[in-house]
Design a protein. Structure first.
Lengths: 113, 501
């Protein structure tokens, strides 16, 4: 299970990183989203991976750590808000700068002042 | 009663003010009143905190009475109190300046401003690593919106970079947190420091990796060399009161580095390499930012690079990691924050009176109030460069004195060269803006009372820092001593055996 989990997190991170290095805002946002998925999964696993272990003392023989679940919830909420914000920002940039390039310019054009 | 709950008030007060400002539909005048009143109250609160922290006792405030290391704790020590006071003083100047008209260019300026203050105060006061992340996000989210205040192409373009970079930074922060929690089983910084020192084998390597990732994240916030390229454009594009408040944002990174170094790294083998990296990165930032300042063709860009120069000096001082250098760093940090903020505000005033030419360093229209602005600019420039009689000279001198013989060789050369370069760049800027600009008739824009009060409030810090250099440096030394002490003892109030995963 650990190997699979690590593979999933690694693949998500790699894809996210690749997309973030693209030149247009949309792939960058998708890349950010993938990265935040990977980070959330990673956070989720930081208390150790186990099955049939409810985070309640007395319900299972070895209760799992409840803290990562609380943390990942916070991280998801914050990540969600940030993604929404960056989407709006990208749309705004598209309409103000006239293109969806991350630098706000196409090719060798001078950046807007 | 009130003294007991004092550590949380600097977080609650801006939050309540923000709720009032964002929730109730007040008119402009009332919004300004609420915002200024809340910020002034924050200054008073911060003074009380400073007094409280002056007793040298580190106070822990357990939120919801969940005892540390399990619950979330706020920690009030000398360093936190100093940073909160600096934030409050800076914010009062910015908000007074903004009330003279800048705030009405977009919506919700004051509400967002208070939210940013909440995030800043929280980041300084928290003793919990995850809480630090949350407060970072609060201050960043507010800063994203404040950066776009008023709109415009340059702001949107700079904002996109700033937001994306900081989102990546936040993701790295979370990864670092995950690794550290996985290895040490705690999020309380004091507790984590103790457990780090006790780890060995694989776990120690894992925990060190996590802590090093934290250093990368905070270097992004502090704008250390490979990670600073976002700063000049962003700061130059931000509206003046926001850029002035952002002067403290890089210092949040420096503060976090100082904390991580004294609490988490102390006593681990990674401590020495991290200090060396910070030292090298600081000096390299100093050198490159100096070149940037010499090459800047716009006053705002110039000030942004000068902010970077001061960040470089501060990081190098963090890298020195001695008690004397920590104390010197704190004094210089206060000074450089105030003076950089004042320069950003003055740049805006100059911009208003120069019409088309703006703050670009070219011949332009004669300024309407040339003497007033020229005088303000000169005082701020003297402070920024670090010429006597103002506090910049004292701060730099102290930094230079704090450097050891081997380190001194590099620091003396680079810092003094940077000072010379700043002197050249600012004199050139000043002579172009105030002497070589005489095209056409001056406009009729005048500096508004609120704007002048804001700038003077910030500039007043410089002579005060010089006059009261004795007590302030005494406080800085005591703070450094407290930091050094926390490296040795670092006992959280109740050291329970935490649940290890």
């Amino acid at each position: 299970m650990e190997a699979l989990f690590a593979g999933v997190v690694g693949t998500l991170t790699a894809c996210g990183l690749f997309l973030m290095l693209r030149g247009r805002t949309f792939p960058v946002i998708v890349g950010l989203t993938l990265l935040s998925y990977a980070v959330n999964l990673f956070l989720f696993s930081m208390g150790g991976l186990n099955t049939h272990a409810a985070p309640v003392i007395g319900e299972s023989l070895s209760p799992s750590d409840p803290l990562p679940q609380a943390l990942v919830l916070t991280a998801i909420v914050i990540g969600f808000a940030m993604t929404a914000f960056v989407v709006i920002l990208a749309i705004r940039a598209r309409s103000e700068l006239g293109n969806d390039h991350v630098d706000g310019k196409q090719g060798d054009e001078e950046p807007p002042r | 009663m009130i003294a007991q709950h004092l550590p949380i008030l600097p977080i609650l007060l801006p939050m309540l003010a923000a709720l009032v400002l964002l929730g109730l539909r007040l008119d402009d005048a009332r919004q300004r009143l609420v915002s200024i009143a809340a910020t002034a109250l924050l200054v008073a609160l911060a003074c009380m905190l400073l007094q409280l922290a002056g007793s040298d006792e580190i106070r822990h405030y357990a939120l919801g009475n969940w005892q540390a290391p399990f619950g979330i704790a706020l920690t009030l020590d000398r360093l936190a109190a100093l940073m909160v006071l600096l934030t409050a003083v800076l914010a009062l100047g910015c908000v007074t300046f903004a009330c003279a008209g800048e705030d009405a260019q977009g919506s919700h300026f004051h509400g967002l401003f208070q939210l940013q203050l909440m995030g800043l105060n929280g980041a300084f006061l928290t003793g919990d690593l995850f809480n630090l992340f949350v407060f970072f996000e609060i201050l960043l989210l507010a800063s994203y919106a404040l950066l776009m205040h008023g709109g415009g192409k340059a702001r949107v373009a700079a904002g996109l970079h700033y937001v994306v970079l900081n989102l990546i930074g936040s993701a790295l922060f979370l990864v670092a947190l995950g690794v550290l929690y996985g290895a040490t089983g705690t999020l309380n910084m004091l507790d984590m420091g103790q457990r780090m020192a006790a780890l060995d084998g694989d776990r120690a390597a894992l925990a060190t990796t996590g802590a090093l990732l934290l250093v990368v994240v905070f270097s992004l916030k502090a704008a250390a060399l490979p990670l600073y390229f976002w700063l000049p454009r962003t700061y130059a594009a931000a509206p003046a009161p926001v850029a002035a408040l952002f002067a403290i944002m890089t210092k949040v990174g420096v503060y976090a580095l100082l904390r991580v170094e004294s609490l988490i790294f102390a006593g681990t083998p990674a401590s020495a390499p991290v200090q060396t990296w910070l030292w090298v990165a600081g000096l390299a930032t100093l050198a490159l930012a100096t070149l940037g300042a010499l090459g800047a063709r716009d006053l705002r860009m110039l000030v942004a690079y000068l902010v970077l120069v001061s960040v470089g000096a501060l990081l190098a001082a963090v890298g020195m990691g001695q008690r004397a250098s920590d104390a010197a760093l704190l004094y210089y940090l206060v000074h450089s924050t105030l003076v950089a903020a004042a320069l950003f505000l003055i740049a805006e005033l100059v911009d208003r009176q120069r019409g088309q030419a703006g703050t670009r360093l070219v011949c332009g229209r004669r300024l309407n109030q040339q003497r007033l602005l020229g005088g303000l600019f000169m005082v701020a420039a003297i402070g920024m460069v670090g010429l006597p009689p103002l506090s910049g000279a004292l701060g730099k001198l102290w930094l230079l004195q704090a450097a050891g013989s081997e380190q001194g060789l590099w620091l003396w050369a680079l810092l003094l060269l940077a000072t010379l370069a700043a002197l050249i760049a600012l004199s050139r800027a000043g002579s172009v803006l105030f002497w070589a600009s005489h095209k056409g008739k001056p406009g009729n824009q005048r500096v508004r009372a609120g704007q002048l009060i804001g700038v003077l409030w910030l500039l007043a810090g410089l002579p005060l820092l010089t006059l009261f250099a004795g007590p302030i440096s005494g406080y800085a030394e005591a703070t450094a001593a407290q930091l050094a002490l926390s490296e040795v003892v670092s006992t959280p109030p109740t050291t329970g055996a935490g649940v290890r995963p």
